[in-house]
Design a protein around this ligand. Structure first.
Ligand SMILES: N[C@@H](CCC(=O)N[C@@H](CS)C(=O)NCC(=O)O)C(=O)O
Length: 215
């Protein structure tokens, strides 16, 4: 059986978990935290999560994992069958993962983990994020889903990462760049929260946070 390795606070772990749950693909969760230990790097070359353990070996990078799942389980229809629709889903995922989340990630140390980020970083991230969010707005529909009236694979990425972009910018700049740009990610989350797969991802994340606080 496929093993998904990582932890429930990780947005990229949750992106893959959402896809597995949404499509009823059997999997086991294995609790792994990022590290630079050789024993970790043997599985995930940058020491990041998630990674997948399959009968054939390990695979890292959430989007590569999603693509693998789509190819291995074609009957699940993880991407739209229409090539254009599927390409537009991939385009949105790229915007969320790379242009928005990866840019905002430069702020997390101070926004979420009690560290500090230089003013130079804050200035650079602000310029980039404002630009990237404006671009994202041109292609994301929010009607109520990213691609329009129907849920798509792009929403697995949006669900787990848009809140981080909003919360990180709120924490660092005192204003939520997404809300400021008219991207109502809170309303968006409510639409996705109807889905049992989303509910499970969120419940597990909250349980993880509660357990960490109690420890
Ligand atoms: N591009 C990677 C990003 C994965 C990633 O950044 N994971 C975080 C947890 S959410 C991590 O392992 N961070 C530890 C590190 O960067 O060393 C993916 O899509 O899987």
């Amino acid at each position: 059986m496929i093993k998904l390795c990582g932890f429930a606070l990780s947005n990229y772990y949750n992106k893959v978990k959402f896809v597995l749950l949404e499509h009823g693909i059997p999997f086991e969760e294995v609790s792994v935290v990022p590290s630079q230990e050789e024993s970790m790097l043997e599985h995930s070359p940058l020491g990041k999560v998630p990674y997948l353990q399959t009968e054939e070996g390990d695979l890292c990078e959430s989007q590569c994992i999603v693509e693998y799942l789509a190819a291995r389980f074609p009957e699940k229809g993880i991407f739209s069958a229409d090539p254009w629709q599927a390409a537009k889903e991939r385009e949105l995922i790229m915007f969320v993962d790379v242009h928005l989340e990866l840019t905002a990630r430069n702020l997390y140390k101070e926004a979420f983990f009690g560290g500090t980020v230089t003013d130079a970083t804050k200035g650079r991230v602000e310029k980039l994020l404002v630009h990237h969010i404006a671009g994202f707005k041109r292609i994301a529909k929010f009607e109520p889903y990213l691609r329009g009236e129907s849920f798509s694979i792009a929403d697995a990425a949006g669900y787990v990462s848009l809140p981080l972009v909003g919360m990180a910018t709120q924490a660092i700049y005192g204003r939520d760049f997404l809300l400021d740009a008219g991207v109502d990610w809170k309303r968006y989350l409510k639409a996705i929260n109807d889905r049992p797969a989303a509910q499970r991802v969120t419940e597990d994340r909250k349980a993880y946070v509660a357990a960490s606080r109690a420890a």
